[in-house]
Design a protein around this ligand. Structure first.
Ligand SMILES: Nc1ncnc2c1ncn2[C@@H]1O[C@H](COP(=O)(O)OP(=O)(O)OP(=O)(O)O)[C@@H](O)[C@H]1O
Ligand SMILES: [Mg+2]
Length: 420
């Protein structure tokens, strides 16, 4: 078996990151061979607001990652997030085609298709339909029904939908750059792939990705993704608050914020005044009071952020099923005071999620801001594996691409997967 390239493009509000992974031969292990991060342009709160700027930024990032990897990127998985994301859980039911025989792959595909048949406005599209649980002849709790016998097959699925306009815009960007879209991946799901453990998913856990312009939430209950959402507030709001509170520019405020998380998260002794001399800020701010900055400016915003997260958990109706608590990731996760405030407001266990499941040439990617980036590779790996096993997941994904009206190439792939 030859080496397989898996590529991901993470289009965030603060940065665009491209990642190239390689899976060699029979080993299910991935190695990162190319990576780049570029300042995002033309994105606000996860949405494309200037397609030309986004195309230029993605091109920059992709070219640099290609150079590092020594491979051309002509296909990629791409993240999508922002308040246009919504989710629901849908039930599907079919009669098993051969009631005397075993449940086949085809029955599983049909039941997922049945669950996907939800009424959807013309402006929205399904980007994900993940089976949560199968029920065979009324018996729930089945994770893989193929090969079992039964007459009635049911499935509970988690469906994520997104605004068609935004998806089309992302497709335009990729088309312009000659990159085939292998699938839209909700950024919260990508981050979950990168930082959650299986035990956490089984127990029930809330993944929170605090990015620059949005916060993604992905809630797992009983091992399955059960709620997804994305709210339009992010770590950039903390920068804004510092800028207003200290009367400095956004650039300076960002520098102060990063300086704080670097110095206060690690050092044990905290002085009442923070010395900012080494930042050489143009405003000549050289010292600020820790109390003003951390308790007065940052903590209230974090509190607001956690209240919003708490509301999302309530809204999901899975609040009683997440004993593993919160796993916070995304660039904003390193903000000073994050864990203390989170614990206090939400009252659940909480930890920072660092994406360290994929290794390779690049150390830089093991930082919370690249959880969704590195998660794209893990998501891609799962899809390649099911590609070969002709699994339902792949069926769902290709069908999804197919529905998006993609080009003939995808149509060809769609049929190719059914050829043994
Ligand atoms: N060490 C750090 N301490 C505090 N904040 C940080 C740190 N590193 C990054 N950030 C903040 O994280 C934010 C960017 O996070 P991230 O890269 O996850 O966003 P994004 O993926 O581009 O955006 P989004 O997912 O919201 O569309 C910025 O506001 C940045 O200031
Ligand atoms: Mg992000």
């Amino acid at each position: 078996m030859t080496d397989q390239l898996i590529c991901g493009i993470d289009i965030g509000s603060s940065k665009i990151a491209t990642i190239v992974g390689i899976k060699s031969g029979e080993i299910d292990e991935l190695k990162i061979i190319g990576f780049n991060t570029t300042v995002a342009r033309g994105i606000r709160k996860g949405l494309i607001v200037d397609i030309k700027e986004v195309t230029d930024a993605v091109e920059d990032s992709v070219e640099k990652a290609e150079r590092m990897a020594g491979h051309k990127i002509d296909h990629a998985f791409v993240t999508v997030g922002g308040p246009h994301i919504s989710s629901l859980n849908s039930h599907g039911i079919v009669a098993v085609s051969n009631p005397q025989g075993e449940i086949s792959e085809e029955d599983v595909e049909r039941v997922i298709e049945a669950a996907r048949a939800i009424s959807l406005s013309t402006t929205r599209q399904i980007i994900e339909a993940i089976p949560r649980d199968y029920i065979v002849d009324g018996q729930p709790g089945i994770k893989s029904p193929v090969g079992m016998s039964g007459v009635r097959l049911e499935v509970e699925t988690h469906i994520i939908t997104a605004s068609s306009t935004n998806l089309k815009n992302i497709d335009r960007v990729l088309d312009d750059l000659g990159i085939e879209n292998r699938g839209f991946v909700f950024s919260g799901l990508a981050s979950a792939e990168a930082v959650l453990t299986n035990t956490e998913k089984e127990l029930g856990v809330v993944l929170v990705d605090i990015g620059g312009g949005k916060i993604d939430t992905a809630i797992y209950a009983d091992g399955a993704l059960s709620y997804s959402s994305s709210i339009p507030i992010g770590a950039r709001h903390i920068t804004n608050d510092i800028a207003v509170g200290l009367r400095v520019s956004l650039d300076s405020a960002e520098k102060i914020k990063l300086y704080l998380s670097k110095n206060l998260n690690s050092s044990k002794k905290k002085t009442p005044q923070i010395n900012l001399n080494e930042l050489n800020l143009p405003e000549n701010v050289t010292e600020v009071s820790l109390k003003t900055l951390v308790d007065g400016i940052i903590a209230p915003r974090l509190e607001e952020i956690f209240k919003l997260i708490f509301e999302e958990i309530e809204k999901s109706n899975f609040g009683q099923q997440v004993p593993a608590g919160l796993v916070i990731t995304g660039g904003g996760a390193l903000t000073v005071g994050m864990l203390e405030t989170g614990k206090r407001v939400v009252g659940l266990p909480i930890r920072i999620g660092i994406p360290d499941k994929v290794t390779g040439l690049v150390d830089e990617t093991t930082d919370p801001q690249y959880s969704s980036t590195s998660g794209l590779l893990l998501y891609g790996l799962k899809n390649i594996m099911t590609d070969e096993g002709a699994g339902f997941k792949n069926f769902g994904r290709v069908l999804k691409d197919f529905k998006l009206g993609n080009t003939f190439g995808n149509l060809k792939n769609f049929f190719k997967q059914f050829i043994p």
